[in-house]
Unconditional design. Structure first.
Ligand SMILES: Cc1cc2nc3c(=O)[nH]c(=O)nc-3n(C[C@H](O)[C@H](O)[C@H](O)COP(=O)(O)O)c2cc1C
Length: 201
């Protein structure tokens, strides 16, 4: 039986990575409103620091995760300075590193063609994708913002993946008719797609 994903005691069949997050040696008092921001190997014209700031402005405490390739597109030190948390891109072994608070929402942005397909098909061969699959399984609200060129988006696997993610109950922000330079929506549209924070001003 699996609980609601927020109460460690109700969960008895977790993969170790989320159990490690929920029940680490020093669980973090998150006070609600924790957003996991998952980035991948695609550029973001407005910048990930600006996305973090916009999420924080909307009342979220942001923790950044990245695919291994995604770390080449960000400045982890800058994001750590902004969030107070290291960017996590690797599974950690029990007893090492620091736990993170449980997520109240997840934002996968930008998510590459590759990672969209892997998420939809459950190919959890890196920490970030494993985390996305697991968060969706717990029913944590997930917003997916793919970023890929039309030539990749026209691949039949991509459309099927978007449909799968949609059928899983996730919010997907992707406009196949968007102009090339607007393939990624503006951050304000991304923020609007997040759940509303109950205690946000
Ligand atoms: C400069 C550069 C820009 C890229 N832009 C994109 C992109 O916008 N969308 C995309 O799907 N892949 C893009 N890629 C390719 C991905 O980085 C590549 O498919 C990678 O394997 C994705 O890994 P990940 O999904 O694990 O992050 C880009 C690669 C480079 C080097």
């Amino acid at each position: 039986m699996v609980g609601d994903g927020r109460t460690g005691s109700a969960i008895c069949c977790l993969s170790w990575n989320f159990r490690d997050i929920q029940e680490g040696p020093d669980p973090v008092d998150d006070n609600g409103g924790v957003l996991y921001l998952v980035v991948s190997g695609a550029p973001a014209p407005e910048g990930i620091p600006a996305l973090v700031a916009a999420c924080q402005g909307a009342g979220w405490r942001v923790v950044v995760f990245s695919t291994p390739t995604g770390t080449r597109f960000i400045d982890p030190a800058e994001l750590e300075r902004l969030t107070g948390e290291p960017v996590r891109s690797e599974y950690r072994m029990p007893g090492t590193g620091n736990p993170v608070p449980a997520a109240d929402a997840v934002l996968a942005c930008p998510l590459t063609f590759n990672s969209v397909n892997k998420f939809a098909h459950g190919h959890a061969d890196n920490f970030a994708i494993g985390l996305l699959c697991e968060m969706a399984g717990y029913g944590v609200p997930v917003v997916v913002v793919p970023h890929c060129k039309p030539q990749l988006a026209s691949h039949p696997a991509f459309g099927e993946s978007l449909e799968t993610l949609h059928d899983m109950g996730l919010r997907v922000l992707f406009d196949p008719d968007a102009p090339y330079e607007r393939r990624l929506p503006p951050w304000r549209e991304v923020i609007d797609a997040l759940p509303v924070r109950a205690d946000a001003g």
